[in-house]
Ligand binder design. Structure first.
Ligand SMILES: [Zn+2]
Ligand SMILES: [Zn+2]
Length: 213
C-alpha cells in the first residue's frame, strides 16, 4: 500500500476561488478558444481544470461525458456549495456575454435545496441506485492511499484530479479527506468525471480510475 500526504496549507475557500478568477477570468478555452466569463472559470475550477481552463462543452468532450448530463450535475453541485454559490452570484457580469448562457443553464439550480437534490442525484443515476458499501471489493488490489487532510472546495478536487492523471487506468485509490464538504464533493466529482466510487465512509473514499482514456 502506498501512502501519500499533502501539506496542510489552510487556504480560505473563497480566497482560492478569488485567485482562480483573478488568474483565468477573460481568458480563453484552451481547446476551442471561446472566451471564458467568470461563470465559465468557476465551472472549470469545479471540474478540476484550473491548470488548463476549458469551456463546458470542451470539458465534457475531453472527459467523454454527455454535455447536458454533466451540466446538470455540475450546476446542482456547484450552486449547492456556499463558497461557489457566493462566487457565482458575485461573478463579474461585465465579462459575460449577455445573457450569460451558463447563468441561464444553471438558473434552476440556485433554488434547489442542495442536500435533497444531491441525494436524488445519487440515487437516480448511479448503477444499481446505491453507493456501494465500503471498503473496496476483495478482488481489487490494495489501494494507493492519499491523505488530503482538510483541503476543501476547489483544492481537494484539483489535487485529486492531478493525482488520478498520474496513475494508470483502473487503479484503485483510497482518499482520506476530512473537509465537511467531502461527502458531497468527492462522489459528485467522481461521477461527473466517469470514475467509479467503490465505497465511501467519511473521511474515507475508495474509487477506481476510469479505464477508458
Ligand atoms: Zn471550448
Ligand atoms: Zn457568465
Amino acid at each position: 500500500m502506498e501512502f501519500h500526504s499533502f501539506p496542510m496549507n489552510k487556504v480560505l475557500e473563497s480566497r482560492q476561488l478569488e485567485e482562480a478568477l483573478a488568474r483565468w477570468a477573460g481568458s480563453s478555452c484552451s481547446d476551442c478558444g471561446a472566451r471564458l466569463c467568470d461563470h465559465g472559470v468557476l465551472c472549470a475550477v469545479a471540474l478540476g481544470l484550473k491548470d488548463r481552463p476549458r469551456c463546458l462543452s470542451c470539458a465534457a468532450n475531453g472527459l467523454n461525458r454527455d454535455l447536458s448530463t454533466m451540466s446538470q450535475h455540475l450546476g446542482r453541485w456547484l450552486l449547492g456549495k456556499d463558497c461557489y454559490k457566493k462566487a457565482w452570484i458575485l461573478a463579474d457580469s461585465t465579462r459575460c456575454e449577455v445573457p450569460c448562457s451558463l447563468v441561464g443553464l444553471f438558473a434552476g439550480c440556485l433554488e434547489l435545496d442542495s442536500e435533497d437534490s444531491f441525494a436524488n442525484d445519487l440515487s437516480d443515476s448511479s448503477p444499481g441506485g446505491m453507493v456501494p458499501k465500503f471498503p473496496v471489493a476483495q478482488d481489487d488490489s490494495p489501494p494507493h492511499v492519499y491523505d488530503f487532510g482538510d483541503l476543501g472546495c476547489g483544492d481537494l478536487i484539483l489535487e485529486l484530479r492531478r493525482i488520478l492523471r498520474e496513475l494508470g487506468p483502473g487503479v484503485v485509490v483510497r482518499v482520506l479527506a476530512t473537509d465537511p464538504g467531502a461527502p458531497q464533493d468527492i462522489p459528485a466529482w467522481v461521477r461527473m468525471t466517469g470514475h467509479t466510487l467503490l465505497g465511501a465512509a467519511h473521511p474515507v473514499y475508495d474509487l477506481r480510475k476510469r479505464t477508458d482514456p
